[in-house]
Write a protein that binds this ligand. Structure first.
Ligand SMILES: Nc1ncnc2c1ncn2[C@@H]1O[C@H](COP(=O)(O)OP(=O)(O)OP(=O)(O)O)[C@@H](O)[C@H]1O
Ligand SMILES: [Mg+2]
Length: 75
C-alpha cells in the first residue's frame, strides 16, 4: 500500500460546504480514524477518497497516483 494524502480538500453539496480545506497524510501501514460530531464531514471525506462522490477542490493522492486534483481536468 502507498501513502494516502489529502491536501486542502474541500467538498460541497451545492451551497453546503461539507468539508473545508482538510489536509492529512497517512503513511503506508498506519490506521487513522475520523472522529467528530454528526455532520462534520466524516462520511463525505471517506466517500470522496473511495470515489463515491466528487470533491470540489484540493487534492487526493495515493502514492504517486492522483485520484482527484481540483487544479486539473481529467479526460
Ligand atoms: N447528499 C447530501 N446533500 C447535501 N448535503 C449533504 C449530503 N450528505 C451530507 N450532507 C451535509 O454535509 C455535511 C457533512 O455530512 P456527513 O454525512 O459527511 O457528516 P458525518 O460526519 O458523516 O455525520 P454522521 O456522524 O452523522 O455520520 C452535513 O452538513 C450534511 O447535512
Ligand atoms: Mg457519517
Amino acid at each position: 500500500m502507498a501513502d494516502l494524502v489529502l491536501e486542502n480538500l474541500t467538498i460541497a453539496y451545492g451551497d453546503v460546504t461539507a468539508v473545508e480545506n482538510i489536509s492529512l497524510s497517512i503513511p503506508s501501514g498506519e490506521f487513522l480514524t475520523l472522529l467528530g460530531p454528526s455532520g462534520c464531514g466524516k462520511s463525505t471525506t471517506l466517500f470522496a477518497i473511495a470515489g463515491l462522490n466528487d470533491a470540489t477542490s484540493g487534492l487526493i493522492r495515493v502514492g504517486d497516483t492522483e485520484l482527484f486534483n481540483g487544479q486539473k481536468t481529467y479526460q
